[in-house]
Design a protein around this ligand. Structure first.
Ligand SMILES: Cc1cc2nc3c(=O)[nH]c(=O)nc-3n(C[C@H](O)[C@H](O)[C@H](O)COP(=O)(O)OP(=O)(O)OC[C@H]3O[C@@H](n4cnc5c(N)ncnc54)[C@H](O)[C@@H]3O)c2cc1C
Length: 434
C-alpha cells in the first residue's frame, strides 16, 4: 500500500490519529518502534499502552476531563471507544483494564483496510511529505534530534515520576476498607487508613528514604507540578501529604466509624482486580526503599510490588513558537504534531490532539480546508493553549476549566458553572463540525 500520511509513534495520539485519518479515507502508515526498540517505561509491544495509571479520569460532564471525553466520543474517538469497552469499576472515573484496552485498539487498527502498521524506529523524516509526529514523552534520541533541528529547539526534556503497582492478593483486607470518597459511584478504591502515630512514622521513613541518583543535567530539569514525586511533596512539610494525596476527607473507616488521620488509596488496575496502583504515589525512591517504606502503610505490610515507581523523561516541543491551531508546523505545513510532544499532558489529552491531527492530515492530502475547533470546546482550548500560549515558561497542560473562556454571565455555583461550560462546549463543537 502506498501511503498518503506517515504517522510516527503508535501510542495514544498516534493510534487515534491513524484511526481518524484512515476513516476519512486517507491511506496511513503507522510506525511504532516497540517491541523491537524499547522505551524506559513501556512494558509491551501493544499500541496505545498506558504507561502508568489505568485511569482516563472523570466521566462526569461537570469535570473538564469528562467534557473532553464526551467531545471525543462525538468525534468517533477510538481511544474513548476502547476505554468504554475495557472499563473497570472506578467510581465516577473511566478506568480501564490496560490489556483489554490496548488489545481493542490494536485489533481495530490492524483490521483497518487503510492502515499499515510498521514496527520500526524512525530516526529521520522528510518535512515535504505529510507526517504526524506522535512519539510522545519518550521520543527516541535520533528522532528527538531531527525534531530539534526542524523546530530550531534543542531543549526538549523535563522529568516526571510514576507510582508503584501492587499485587492485590498481598493486600491485608482486614486492615483496608473499600470505599469511594464521599461514597460517590462504585466503591472501587481500597483505602489504607492511618492513625496519627502510623502517619508520623511513615512520614519520617519517607523523608529519610534513599532516592535513585539523577545525572547532573537531570538534576537541573524541573518536574511537572501536577505529577510531583511523593518524597518531593513530603519535603514541603509534615502536613503536605495529609492535605494532598493522603487526604482522608470523604472517607469513613467502617470498623471505627471515624475518618482516619490519613489514607493511602489504591485504585483497581485491571478487570480481574488482581492489580492495584497507589494513587498519587509517584516516586523516584530506590526500589529497596520503596518496598521498605511502603510496607509501613497499614494493610501493605506484606505487599508485593509488581512495578515500582520510576522517574522518567518527558519530551515536548515549544509549540507556541512553531505550531498552528491546526496542529501543523507553521514553517512546514506538511508536518503535524500530536500527543504529549505538543505540550498537552495526559492520556486523554494526548489522544484528543490525535483526532485533530489525523483529521487535518487527511484533509490536507485531500485538498480540503483544515479544521480548527472553537476554544469553548475542551479540545479547542487545549490546542489554543499549546499554539498560542504567550507567557514565559511553557509547561504541559491538562484539560481544565481555566483554559476555556469564561461564561458571559457570572455563575456562583461551581457545578452549575461547569454544567453550563460543558453545554456550551458541546453545542459549539456540533456547530464546528457541520
Ligand atoms: C512514565 C509516564 C507515566 C505517565 N503517567 C500518566 C498517567 O498516569 N496518566 C496520564 O494521563 N498520563 C500519564 N503520562 C503522560 C502521557 O499522557 C502519556 O505518556 C501518554 O502515553 C502520551 O501519549 P502519546 O501518544 O503522546 O505518547 P505515547 O503513548 O508514549 O506514544 C508514543 C509512541 O511512540 C513510540 N516511539 C517513540 N519514538 C519513536 C520513534 N523514533 N520511532 C517509532 N516509534 C517511536 C513509542 O514507543 C510510543 O509507543 C505519563 C507519561 C509517562 C512517560
Amino acid at each position: 500500500m502506498s501511503a498518503d500520511i506517515t504517522i510516527i509513534g503508535g501510542g495514544l495520539a498516534g493510534s487515534e490519529a491513524a484511526w481518524q485519518a484512515a476513516n476519512a479515507g486517507a491511506r496511513v502508515r503507522l510506525f511504532e518502534m516497540r517491541p523491537n526498540v524499547k522505551t524506559p517505561v513501556h512494558q509491551t509491544g501493544n499500541l496505545a499502552e498506558l504507561v502508568c495509571s489505568n485511569s482516563l479520569k472523570s466521566n462526569l460532564l461537570t469535570n473538564a476531563a469528562g467534557l473532553l471525553k464526551e467531545e471525543m466520543r462525538r468525534l468517533n474517538s477510538l481511544i474513548v471507544m476502547a476505554g468504554d469497552a475495557a472499563s473497570v469499576p472506578a467510581g465516577e472515573a473511566l478506568a480501564v483494564d490496560r490489556d483489554l484496552f490496548a488489545g481493542h485498539i490494536s485489533h481495530k487498527l490492524a483490521g483497518h483496510p487503510n492502515v499499515k502498521i510498521i514496527r520500526e524506529e524512525v530516526g529521520w523524516f522528510d518535512e515535504n511529505a505529510v507526517h504526524i509526529i506522535a512519539t510522545g514523552p519518550l521520543t527516541s534520541d535520533a528522532l528527538a534530534q531531527r525534531i530539534g533541528q526542524l523546530t530550531g529547539q534543542s531543549q526538549l526534556f523535563f522529568y516526571d515520576a510514576v507510582a508503584p503497582t501492587i499485587d492485590a492478593s498481598t493486600v491485608d483486607r482486614d486492615k483496608v476498607f473499600t470505599a469511594s470518597r464521599y461514597d460517590k459511584g462504585d466503591a472501587a478504591y481500597l483505602n489504607c487508613p492511618f492513625t496519627r502515630d502510623e502517619y508520623e512514622a511513615f512520614y519520617d521513613a519517607l523523608l529519610h528514604a534513599e532516592l535513585a541518583p539523577l545525572h547532573e543535567h537531570e538534576a537541573k530539569t524541573p518536574y511537572f507540578e501536577g505529577c510531583l514525586p511523593i518524597e518531593v511533596l513530603a519535603a514541603r512539610g509534615p502536613k503536605t501529604l495529609a492535605y494532598g494525596p493522603m487526604k482522608p476527607v470523604g472517607l469513613t473507616d467502617p470498623r471505627t466509624g471515624r475518618r482516619p488521620w490519613a489514607v493511602v488509596q489504591l485504585r483497581q488496575e485491571n478487570r480481574a482486580a488482581t492489580l492495584y496502583s497507589m494513587v498519587g504515589f509517584q516516586t523516584r525512591m530506590k526500589w529497596g526503599d520503596q518496598k521498605r517504606v511502603f510496607r509501613l502503610i497499614p494493610g501493605l505490610e506484606n505487599a508485593e510490588f509488581v512495578r515500582y515507581g520510576v522517574i522518567h523523561r518527558n519530551t515536548y516541543i515549544q509549540s507556541p513558537q512553531v505550531l498552528a491551531d491546526t496542529l501543523q508546523m507553521r514553517a512546514h505545513p506538511n508536518v503535524f504534531f500530536a500527543g504529549q510532544i505538543t505540550g498537552v499532558e495526559g492520556y486523554v489529552e494526548s489522544a484528543a490532539t490525535g483526532i485533530l491531527a489525523g483529521r487535518n492530515a487527511a484533509r490536507l492530502v485531500q485538498g480540503k480546508s483544515l479544521l480548527t475547533l472553537p476554544d469553548t470546546t475542551m479540545l479547542g482550548a487545549l490546542v489554543a493553549y499549546v499554539a498560542h500560549y504567550d507567557g514565559k515558561d511553557f509547561q504541559p497542560m491538562n484539560s481544565n476549566w481555566g483554559i476555556v473562556p469564561p461564561l458571559p454571565e457570572r455563575v456562583r455555583d461551581k457545578k452549575e458553572k461547569a454544567r453550563l461550560l460543558a453545554e456550551r462546549g458541546l453545542a459549539d463543537l456540533a456547530r464546528a463540525l457541520v
